[in-house]
Design a protein around this ligand. Structure first.
Ligand code: FPP
Length: 241
């Protein structure tokens, strides 16, 4: 069946819930952080693959507002991995023309990580080949609550007329305000949940839940998921002849 979306060649914006690092490590008798490190190497591979596969926006879920409930060792290990990842990749992003952005509530993150995030964003503002958005301390409900708080402040201070608030207004207050909505959301590891990811933005996204654990998610697996998307018809609620 032909798709009715504007993006005939494939999804322009892909969002990924990278799940299964812990199980991947445990099945090898290794600590969970070993799986997260393997997961970080896959992020690099998928970032590299995107431009060749026609994807110009990639949004990845690295740490949710609920992930603080993991052990202190795992949380600290992930924060250290994010710091090292940004430090290591920053120059490569510039060279590969990848614009990096972060979404989520960054004010709860340690100052050093926040600084690195800001540095990576500033260093890549001119980059345009791929828009990579990394969600850290991100939760869809938290994002909508923070957006609503800012919107309410604008109403209270007379900058916004409440009678004009419609579906186009709230997205201007979301962390994703400059991004298009995702065409496709992929979740790895066999779980069929959205876990508070891009709740507002994915209203009309296609979903692919695949069994592969994130550290096994190769460029080839990615290409096959995109090919599967291309066979779908996107109707956005409409009925065509
Ligand atoms: C979910 O798997 C994964 C995470 C909570 C962390 C995602 C982080 C990475 C892929 C690391 C690299 C990311 C960047 C941006 C450098 P899980 O631990 O819940 O796996 P499980 O369900 O098997 O326990």
């Amino acid at each position: 069946m032909a798709r009715t979306g504007a993006d005939e060649a494939g999804p322009r914006h892909v969002a990924i819930i990278m799940d299964g690092n812990g199980r991947w490590a445990q099945s090898r008798g290794r600590p969970r952080l070993f799986g997260h490190h393997a997961g970080a190497r896959r992020v690099r591979e998928i970032v590299e693959a995107c431009p060749d596969l026609g994807v110009s926006y990639l949004t990845i879920f690295a740490f949710s507002t609920e992930n603080w409930k993991r052990t202190q060792t795992e949380v600290a290990g992930l924060m250290s991995l994010f710091r090292r990842y940004i430090m290591k990749e920053m120059q490569d992003f510039v060279r590969e023309d990848v614009r990096v952005r972060f979404i989520g509530d960054r004010y709860r993150l340690e100052p050093r990580l926040r600084e690195l995030m800001e540095e990576a964003e500033a260093m890549t503002t001119h980059c345009a080949r791929l828009n990579l958005t990394i969600a850290i301390n991100y939760g869809g409900r938290d994002e909508v609550a923070r957006a609503t708080r800012r919107l309410a402040r604008d109403v209270a201070e007379g900058r916004l007329d409440p009678e004009t608030v419609d579906e186009q207004t709230l997205p201007r207050y979301l962390d994703t305000r400059v991004l298009p909505d995702p065409d496709l959301v992929i979740r790895t590891s066999g779980e069929a949940r959205i876990s508070n990811f891009l709740l507002w933005q994915s209203a009309y996204s296609e979903y692919e839940f695949i069994d592969t654990l994130w550290p096994d998610f190769t460029r080839e697996v990615f290409a096959s998921v995109l090919a599967q998307y291309s066979t779908r018809e996107r109707r956005f609620g409409a009925v065509t002849a």
